[in-house]
Design a protein. Sequence first.
Length: 300
Amino acid sequence: MNSLTVAGRICARPNLSSPLLTRTTRRCWSSAQPVGAGKPSGTRIGLLALGGFVVGTSYTLGSIYPPTLAELAFPRPAPPSPPIDSPEGNAEVHRVEEELQNLPIVQALRLQKQDYYESRPYLTYPEEKRIHSLTAGTLKGPGRLSAPPLVFGKWDDSESVVVIHVGRSLCGHDGIIHGGILATLLDEALARNAIMKLPSKIAVTANLTINYKAPTKANQFIVIRTWLTEIKGRKVRVQGRIEDIDGQLLVEASSLFVEPKYASFLQTAAGDSIGNAIGAKPLKPRQGHPLPDIDVAITS
């Protein structure tokens, strides 16, 4: 039997002289693959290219924009803050207060009672004044300033540490606390440090310089640290910074506060009111006598 190659196939030619052959037959074995066999299809190539592009792009973006920045740029949606007099609002206020009382930094400062005293601004502020106060009234409530700040001041009022929670409803860009809110909180913390060093307990902000170092994410506790840098007559200079609970620097500030010339005429009326707003300073215990626990009950 001879062989014949036809269109890429090897065919066996029959022996026509064989008496057993009753009809012409051919047996063929293909030596070529079907058309397209062994080559990826256009769809498959496209899917592979798309997968490689997605993986490469994700890696590149993840390197340039870490997850934290992605979360800041695209925060998760959140429901509106509940009313302060609702069961949900009341529960939120008490949850934040409980977390505040159990923060490690709060527990650590409470162990240093011979160095720091503890105070809570706004708790004794008259209601007729509180309702017109930005931080004590307007911004008070769940999703905003849920709980009054907790202040730890040095007994000589040279330094202070303020811990406060800033909620989701205090944002400029969604998920990031508005810079004006941070400036307000810094102004009050710095002013308290200055006011405590003036005999009239009255001062006004003459200058406040702020440098924002990093975005302040919403719905977290922040720590405001302040310290005196100069006291000269009626002028007091104070510096400060805002950190997150892990110590990352968020904002820096320097300020100048001035005691008004007419402060002596306002000392009785305004002085007592300011003292109630910024948090009274307790009497320092004698050596070996512990400070009494401060009532920190919060009501909405």
